[in-house]
Design a protein. Structure first.
Length: 314
């Protein structure tokens, strides 16, 4: 009976190395608490002026691990790295939350390896969403409710991106093009793609380029400014769950086929302001001002905080 037992254990989580997905159920109770760092907020962090921040928590299984962020029509959508999502609207000191999980995606969806969602972009006019998946090295387009997959593509240009490092950053440019950047690669540069339109459509032309992050840092997300310039969030693991992050402003002219895109560092986020894993970045406009939003990934560890922070770009 030894061989049948081993065959069973080979598909049991923990023995096989497969990490099963816990889906975040609709209607989860989410606790939103105002956050102020020890010693208070500085007046400026580079070109960022702090506006406010909250911590997010819930007893619901599957909550946290937020790796991507989008802001549209005054609502924040935070996407976890298992396909779970939180939609949050904060107004007049009150928060309204909606929770759920992607209804479709790569593979069977039973394991995290299938649904390792790392990046997100939402079209404000339609609410349609694009999600970048690591491991599958694919991009999916979803309906506005994040339940139905409308189209998907695994570009051959992403086929050899490392399993745990692909499609980490996804941004929709104002002219309708999309940028996708890998998290890690050999050497100082990161492979990146520029899509002429919908990246989930197999008919959309795509061109390769490279992104150069700050030394020692890896890109974790990107978002476009109204000017067409690109903001890239880069993070660094400092050891034992301590992190720092740098924001880089890449001129739109540097994002071109065959080129190497790099830019200016405009802010560094580190202790005592925040020392968590900054993974999600979004941009919004409010009364003529450009706002930057950043969320953190606590790897679904209850003892670590999930932050949502808001800054004014100066």
């Amino acid at each position: 009976m030894l061989f049948p037992i081993l065959a069973v254990l080979a598909v049991v989580p923990g023995w096989s190395g497969i990490d099963p997905v816990t889906r975040l159920a609709p209607g989860a109770v989410v606790r939103v608490v105002r956050y102020v760092p020890e010693g208070g907020w500085p007046a400026r962090i580079g070109r960022l002026e702090p506006v406010g921040a909250v911590t997010l928590s819930s007893a619901a299984p599957g909550f946290g691990g937020f790796s991507a962020l989008a802001i549209e029509r005054g609502r924040a959508t935070l996407l976890g790295d298992s396909g779970n999502w939180l939609r949050l609207r904060i107004a007049r000191g009150a928060a309204a939350a909606e929770t759920g999980a992607l209804g479709d995606g790569p593979g069977s969806g039973w394991s995290k390896e299938d649904r390792d969602s790392e990046s997100l972009a939402i079209e404000p006019a339609s609410g349609r969403a694009w999600v970048g998946f690591e491991r599958a090295n694919a991009i999916w387009r979803y309906d506005a409710a994040l339940r139905r997959g409308e189209a998907h593509r695994a570009p051959r240009e992403m086929a050899k991106w490392w399993d745990n490092s692909g499609a980490e950053s996804l941004a929709r440019l104002p002219d309708g093009r999309f940028v996708v950047i890998a998290e890690r690669w050999r050497g100082a540069l990161r492979p990146a793609l520029l899509f002429a339109g919908d990246p989930a459509s197999r008919a959309t032309p795509v061109a390769r380029f490279f992104y150069r992050p700050p030394a020692g840092y890896d890109p974790s997300d990107a978002a476009a400014l109204p000017s067409g310039d690109l903001l890239v969030l880069n993070r660094r693991h400092l050891g034992w769950l301590r992190f720092s992050a740098k924001l880089v402003l890449v001129p739109r002219a540097a994002i071109r086929a065959g080129g190497v895109a790099s830019g200016r560092e405009i802010a560094t986020l580190a202790a005592p302001v925040v020392s968590e894993n900054c993974e999600g970045l979004a941009v919004s406009r409010e009364n003529g001002a450009t706002m930057l939003w950043i969320t953190t990934d606590n790897d679904q560890m209850a003892f670590r905080r999930s932050y949502l922070m808001k800054f004014r770009l100066r």
